[in-house]
Design a protein around this ligand. Structure first.
Ligand code: SF4
Length: 143
């Protein structure tokens, strides 16, 4: 497991576990709604430029960039490319929606599942599960 994902599961970045979807304003009111979404995930320079131009007129640009900087690994968001967002993160970790969902499920499972069931689901040793339970201060349901 990536070190950063462990940090995420442990709760070091609680803000990343709160909103597990693209902010609804972006999906409903972004200037990109109704545009060809392939433009936003293209490798073609002219298409990337077109996507950026759409973002320039978007009233949600700042919010979109805020969200995407730490959540979106690919594509044009908030008028920036993936490479530009990497620079903006300045070495801080990016957590995709899938990683955030995994962290939330993992946290819930550590608390709710028995060590045996947890170990089977995540293909880990029960000992690893007990370590996680200890971190969260929960006892094994089976004990
Ligand atoms: S800033 Fe760009 S990607 Fe974000 S919602 Fe607006 S148009 Fe869509």
């Amino acid at each position: 497991m990536k070190r950063e994902i462990s940090d995420l599961i442990e709760g070091k970045y609680p803000e990343f576990l709160e909103n597990l979807e693209i902010p609804v304003e972006i999906t409903q009111g972004g200037a990109c709604m109704g545009s060809d979404s392939e433009l936003f995930f293209s490798e073609n320079i002219a298409e990337i430029k077109q996507a950026r131009e759409i973002c320039e007129s978007c009233p949600l640009r700042a919010k979109c960039l805020d969200y995407a900087t730490f959540a979106e690994e690919y594509g044009v968001w908030g008028g920036t490319t993936a490479g530009e967002r990497k620079v903006l993160r300045a070495g801080k970790p990016l957590f995709t929606l899938e990683e955030r969902r995994f962290a939330v499920d993992f946290r819930n499972d550590v608390i709710k599942m028995t060590a045996a069931a947890f170990a089977q689901k995540y293909e880990m040793t029960e000992r690893t599960c007990y370590r996680w339970k200890a971190k969260f201060g929960v006892e094994d349901l089976a004990s």
